[in-house]
Write a protein that binds this ligand. Structure first.
Ligand SMILES: Nc1ncnc2c1ncn2[C@@H]1O[C@H](COP(=O)(O)OP(=O)(O)OP(=O)(O)O)[C@@H](O)[C@H]1O
Ligand SMILES: [Mg+2]
Length: 241
């Protein structure tokens, strides 16, 4: 059992404070969902957690169990069990998925076979996995390929930024089911950013967190997604904005 704890995280991007004291704590095997308006800082959280240059941490901490990860390189963070699937997965010309996975710590033994099985579980043609990472992949194929990587690496915690965007309805179901299975298969903690309730039909959230203007302003159960679908974010806006 592990715990991911984000405490008082303040992050500056391009000279502007985007995360203004972000708090969230979750355990292995749980599914936490972040919802919030465009520009509220959700992807900034994902980038800051990944250690992307340009996202300057002003204050706060991110720990897996008792280990602070903010000072670590992106590779070290991955080796500590953190996986990030970005909103816009980047092309990595010249690098094949197999090589990237081995570099990230995957066991090379039977890797290609495992990748083929995982590709099937998200309905991705496995020949796509022989191309360079994300090069010439469609938007939906990139998202599915991210889930294949996740399933191979078996991280303690996986943060997925709009994994549902760009997926057709069949793929959306398959991805949600694969993530749900990860929570029992190796007790993966899933932290999913999404705009839509649809992902949550087959990926039952433990908690939903509403983010506006760089911090969590409400936390609740799955019913919170229904409230948002009905009323939007207006009820959650800070009084003075
Ligand atoms: N690299 C950057 N340079 C300049 N501004 C940035 C950068 N990254 C983020 N921002 C700004 O920070 C704010 C938060 O952006 P972020 O991408 O975190 O929003 P988001 O909650 O993920 O929104 P969306 O739902 O549209 O994906 C926005 O105003 C955005 O323009
Ligand atoms: Mg975003």
């Amino acid at each position: 059992m592990s715990t991911l704890t984000i405490e008082g995280l303040r992050v500056e991007v391009a000279g502007k404070e985007v995360l203004k004291g972000f708090d969230l704590s979750m355990q292995s095997g749980e599914v936490h969902v972040i919802m919030g308006p465009n520009g509220s800082g959700k992807s900034t959280l994902a980038h800051a957690l990944s250690g992307r240059p340009g996202y300057k941490v002003l204050e706060g901490s991110v720990k897996i169990d008792d280990e602070e990860i903010l000072g670590l390189s992106p590779t070290e963070r991955a080796r500590h069990g953190l996986f990030l699937a970005m909103q816009h997965p980047m092309e990595v010309p010249g690098v094949r998925p197999v090589d990237m996975l081995v570099a990230a710590g995957a066991d090379a033994h039977e890797l290609r076979e495992r990748m083929t099985l995982e590709a099937q579980s998200v309905e991705l043609r496995s020949d796509v996995l022989d191309r360079f990472v994300n090069v010439d992949l469609s938007g939906g194929e990139r998202k599915r390929a991210e889930v294949v990587q996740l399933a191979i690496l078996r991280p303690k915690f996986a943060m997925l930024d709009e994994i549902d965007s760009g997926l057709d309805v069949d793929a959306l179901g398959a991805v949600a089911r694969r993530l749900s299975r990860a929570t029992s298969e190796w007790n993966c903690g899933v932290l999913a950013i999404t705009h839509f309730r649809r992902l949550l039909q087959e990926l039952t959230p433990t908690k939903i967190h509403v983010v506006t203007e760089g911090r969590v302003v409400a936390t609740g159960g799955p019913e919170l997604a229904d409230d948002l679908e009905r009323d939007g974010y207006e009820p959650f806006r800070p009084a003075n904005s």
